[in-house]
Design a protein around this ligand. Structure first.
Ligand code: PEP
Length: 252
């Protein structure tokens, strides 16, 4: 279960407060929680993380990563830098970055390869826009298949360390932050399709669903065995709500 805070909260004090609350949420033995704060808060949060009584099934992640480890790349953060802070994951290819920062599949692919090679676990986001979805489910599958083919180029040779080394989040763009839910049956069909497209990768990838997940709808997604968890944006900023989501995930 991934908490993507996006560009929130506004101050470091609030970020630390939120982290402390999320870290206290009881973790079921089947559920790993990955918290992805903005980069600027990561160092302080990583210190808190190291001092927690139990870090079992809790991890930190970045919301993005750059493909070079070091160099003249103003503003960028490399995979080794992120790992050296104690973060285990990076979200890559989120639709908001594809849209607002014009990230292309070629850039996403470079980030995926560099992260995996550096031992950083990857949460790769894919998903179709509304205009494609309106054309039907087959068009959506075609869109996602092309994204996967491009985003996962040059990954077959990489030996994944664990089954969570590469996690793919199916996030239909029209369902992100909109309150519009993708019908769980469609999300499960797409998750199965994604696993089929990534079947050459060993061990098999896990697929998450993301898009307006909350405590009321999470169980409907997780009852499908194809869906291994969720990428949660807005609802991860509310510790009580995220706690209810985690509780529901644990009892599936
Ligand atoms: C996301 O951040 O990827 C996301 C799915 O956001 P939200 O849960 O707010 O729709």
């Amino acid at each position: 279960m991934v908490a993507n805070w996006k560009e929130n909260p506004e101050t470091e004090a609030e970020a630390l407060g939120l982290f402390r609350k999320l870290a206290k949420i009881p973790r079921n033995r089947n559920t790993e929680i990955v918290i992805c704060p903005p980069f600027v808060y990561l160092e302080k949060i990583a210190e808190e993380f190291k001092n927690l009584e139990s870090r079992a099934r809790l991890a930190l992640g970045g919301q993005d990563i750059f493909w070079e480890k070091t160099g003249a790349f103003t503003g960028e953060i490399g995979p080794t830098m992120l790992r050296s802070l104690g973060a285990a994951y990076a979200i890559i290819g989120h639709s908001e970055r594809r849209k607002f920062l014009r990230e292309t599949d070629e850039m996403v692919n470079k980030k995926v390869v560099a992260s995996l090679e550096a031992g950083l676990k990857v949460i790769l986001c894919v998903g179709e826009p509304l205009a494609i979805r309106r054309q039907g489910f087959t068009a959506a599958k075609k869109f996602v298949r092309r994204q996967l083919a491009e985003d996962l180029r040059r990954t077959s040779h990489i030996k994944f360390q664990t089954s969570s080394s590469l996690v793919i989040a199916y996030e239909p763009i029209w369902a992100i932050g909109t309150g519009k839910n993708c019908p769980p049956f469609d999300a499960a069909r797409m998750a199965a399709f994604i696993k089929l497209q990534a079947r050459h990768l060993k061990p098999p990838v896990r697929v998450l669903y993301g898009g307006s997940v909350n405590s009321k709808n999470i169980a409907d997604y997780l009852k499908n065995k194809e869906i291994g968890g969720a990428l949660v944006g807005g609802a991860s900023l509310n510790a009580a709500e995220f706690g209810r989501i985690i509780k529901a995930a644990g009892s599936r």
